[in-house]
Design a protein around this ligand. Sequence first.
Ligand SMILES: Cc1cc2nc3c(=O)[nH]c(=O)nc-3n(C[C@H](O)[C@H](O)[C@H](O)COP(=O)(O)O)c2cc1C
Length: 160
Amino acid sequence: MTAALLDEFKDAMATLAGGVCVVTALDADGTPRGYAATSVTSVSMRPPLLLVCQAKSSSSYEVFARCSRFGVNVLAAEQVELAALFATPGADRFGGTGFEPGEHGTLLHPGALAGIECRRRDTVDAGDHGLLLGEVCAARTCPGDPLVYHGRCYQRVRPV
Ligand SMILES: Cc1cc2nc3c(=O)[nH]c(=O)nc-3n(C[C@H](O)[C@H](O)[C@H](O)COP(=O)(O)O)c2cc1C
């Protein structure tokens, strides 16, 4: 892979709009961990499976690679500060941010458009990332507008 191809790949992926999520899990001591993510994809309906991709360089990579449960919070447009916090290395991401325990051992935010609880089924090695495959245990939704990341900026969706 040349540096030019890497830049072209990054530029191409920046054209792909993604809903912004916060992915959460508890570490072995029960300490909450989480990070902002756009690489969240539904995989299967029967059984209900989704995957999230996490960089191996993330400080919480080993926690997610081994967790038994993880949560996916689909953020609302009003939650842009929460997204930025969960992408800031070293920040206190859970102090006063309002995450609450879900029914299946994950952490969900009451202001999120969707809260999806998963049992981790597998972690698949994929280059400098890991693919976390989760089986959905529960999913809830709230009305609202999504927070979108496109062109390296946070955006709202507009009707066409
Ligand atoms: C909009 C947005 C989307 C992101 N999506 C992902 C992602 O899908 N996977 C990932 O590993 N990191 C993603 N990141 C980066 C992580 O949120 C961030 O690098 C990480 O939380 C850094 O801190 P940490 O090493 O303590 O986790 C994204 C960041 C932003 C701002």
